[in-house]
Write a new protein. Sequence first.
Length: 602
Amino acid sequence: MKFKSIVFIWLALVVCGLRSQNVCNPNGNLIIYTNYDGGTLNINVDQNIPNLVIGVVGYEATAINLSGAFVANVTAVRYAGFNGTNNPCGGVLATSINGAPMAALTTTVFAPASTLANSNGYSMIICGYSCSNSTNQGGCNTVDQIEAYFLNYFSGSSLFAHKVQYNCWSGTYSVSVGGSCCPANSLLQGSIAGNQTVCSSATIAPLTSSVPASGGTGVISYQWQSSTTSSSSGFSNISGAMSAGYNPGSLSTTTYFRRGASTSVNPIIYSNVITVTVNPAASPAVVITPLQVCEGATVNMIVSSPGAVSYTWAGPASFTSAVQSPTLIAQLNSAGVYSVVVANAFSCTATGLSTPMMIIPRPVVSVSVSPGFAVCYPANISLFSNATAATSYSWAGPNSFVAATANTVLFSAPPSSSGIYTVTATNNNCVGTNTVSILIQPSPTLTAIGATVCTGQSAALTATGAAAYLWTGPAGFTATTAIIFIPGANNLNSQIYVVTGNLGSCSASVVVGLMVDPCAGIEKHESRSAVTVFPNPNTGSFMIASDLSMQLLLINALGQTVKTIELPGKKNLGLSFTDVPEGVYYLVSPDGSFNQKVVIAR
């Protein structure tokens, strides 16, 4: 084994002009296979190279097959050719990657842009067949373009070998054999130091080179880059930053830095990324709401300061607090200026001051109502208010009611004016309020109809417009129905009757009369006989004959209307009330001009 190693090292030194290959780079060891015709590329990983990454370029489709004792060392495979379909090698119609470890990253990209410009090569990576960088490649790429592309893609890796040919891949290619084009001396990018956390606008300590770049071919040049996007994207060159170290000055936002190193031969490679975390400087803005407050009101002490983690408040009347936005109950001695010291996580502190706060005595309002909180319509309601230290008053209530005086009157307010009335007393923009609830109940619109009947007839007196009724009349007569019946009326009943209707707690009364007439004359008889009911009694089916068109009500003994009957006049009307129970009923005209008892018996 020792002899084989010595032979391999000797061959590498001779073929590559005494330049060594780096196979111990922990960031990646790159081997490249480049041709024109594509075909089946069998790669035997027979050498124990850690973190082995493989790049393949071909104009035609290539089937990449990995095997070998150390194939598990392969961490990534990338195809970046044209992927033509002419199939000059036979049997390979599409590019594929086979045999890679499951954990390996395998990617295929067709004709990606070249990362290195060379006038002898193409602007996209498509093919390569020569180790020359200084002659025209007939539409293919120079090897330095292909190497620069893969070294940029496998960032931080070193080039181990580059195998180049024109014709189809054939047979098996062992990693230990190496390549046909000598790789350039590897360039080590070194490392930088200087991770910092600062406050906004603070001076940043210089970013230093902890390990300078080394190796490569030619003079090493530097180019610093920065990004405010992330540690892995958004980087752009910093103008004039071309030394091993860099002094950023001051920053206002978190920024990521890296240093690029390159030579005229070696493409640029980048160092580790350092982060300068910039936290906003403490800049408290203090707001007190409301600034002019009434005694006893809640005051909000608000501070806005991005990144703050602690707060120290101080103010009049020995006020202190350690919360971000405390509250206080204002007293007369709370007036004045409040301060807060804020600190962020990086000990950036600042003090904010409030505008002076004023404390105004709050009006205390009392109210009263006359004649009372519950009245019947119509009524005039007086609202009274009194407040300490008040300079103006205003009332508001239902039906868009408003008034601008301490005392006001609701004239004949309807029931729709019932509700909550609020009085507001103001003292220099400081207000006090009180409320009163008023109930305006509707009085019943009571209508009552008297009657004139002949002696011995039943009389009906009718009242409407209320929820409950109370009748009073001669000889202690009382009744509580809307319609009252006086059977067999006589002169003793010919009196005044009073009906009182109630609606809620409100009432109204109407006086009606009952006149009993002997009806001795012919005219009276004719009037009585204008409506005839027969047969009577009956079983619920009977006839009504009438010369007049009128409306009659069939009313039971409780005074409830059971049926409404429309008489057409000059015509007999046959009725059949099979749904009416047996009993004594009355046919009554609403105006009281007709009243006839009807007996239904089955």
